[in-house]
Design a protein around this ligand. Sequence first.
Ligand SMILES: *[C@@H]1O[C@H](CO)[C@@H](O)[C@H](O)[C@H]1NC(C)=O
Length: 273
Amino acid sequence: MSLQLLLFDFVDWSSASGIPQIAYAVSTLFRLAWIVICLVLFAVLLYQSASIFLKFLTYPSAIVTSLNYGSIPFPVIYICNSNPLRLDYIDQYKTTDFKDLYNWANQYSAMLSSNWGDVSPDDYGINNGLDRYDKTLRGRETIVLLMAQLTTTQLDKAANKASAFIRNCNFNNAECNSNNFTSYYDATYGACFIFNIDERRETQRAGSNYGFHFLMVVNQVDPKGNRIFLPVTDSAGVYISIQPKGGDPAMETFGIGAPVGQNTQIGMTYVSQ
Ligand SMILES: *[C@@H]1O[C@H](CO)[C@@H](O)[C@H](O)[C@H]1NC(C)=O
């Protein structure tokens, strides 16, 4: 068998579509043209194979992101009045349980009335404050120290009451009220209130409609114009701390201040891994 016959046999039976054309070309010119076309296409084949191989060597990866919606645990909400005790209740026990707090509150009020000037007598170092800011800070510290000397039973007499403080609330479109809150004592803010202490509530959807709404009453003066809270009045409002399961309210550090007369919205993002 000659080489020519062998080659002819190959191109005749080849399933690569251009090659049989070489065998059956009508003239040498066509045959040359088909040879050139086949060589060019073979070069393209090599080029594509090489580029696929090189791409493989970069080890590309595909990441598929999927969002799985489901209910997630709702955090625990801690709420404190920025004024820890009510002056009108302190007034009722001014010679017994709250003797010191009452004296201090009177001297502090006198200092406020004299436009942050010196007072006499000054049993609690109010005059040592350098300026308005320093005096307010010292005032807050004095309340903390004086409160720390009281027992819970004594504190209860002048603490904010849930029923007077929490006007109404709503979670996930379900009504709730002050009975849905539990109270605890914070060293700085006195009686504070907790929603979802049992951590059983869940939320299914994002957005403020499916969250927790509440209305607080934070009075500073009674209808007759008398101060009804301790007279550190620079920041009337509430402090709110939102913590995940088992978190620490850490009101002093993480508390978010909400002023009176305002609608405060707090949004959270939830990340799971
Ligand atoms: C509030 O408490 C009541 C009575 O225990 C309960 O039926 C209701 O579901 C609670 N509300 C919320 C929003 O948890």
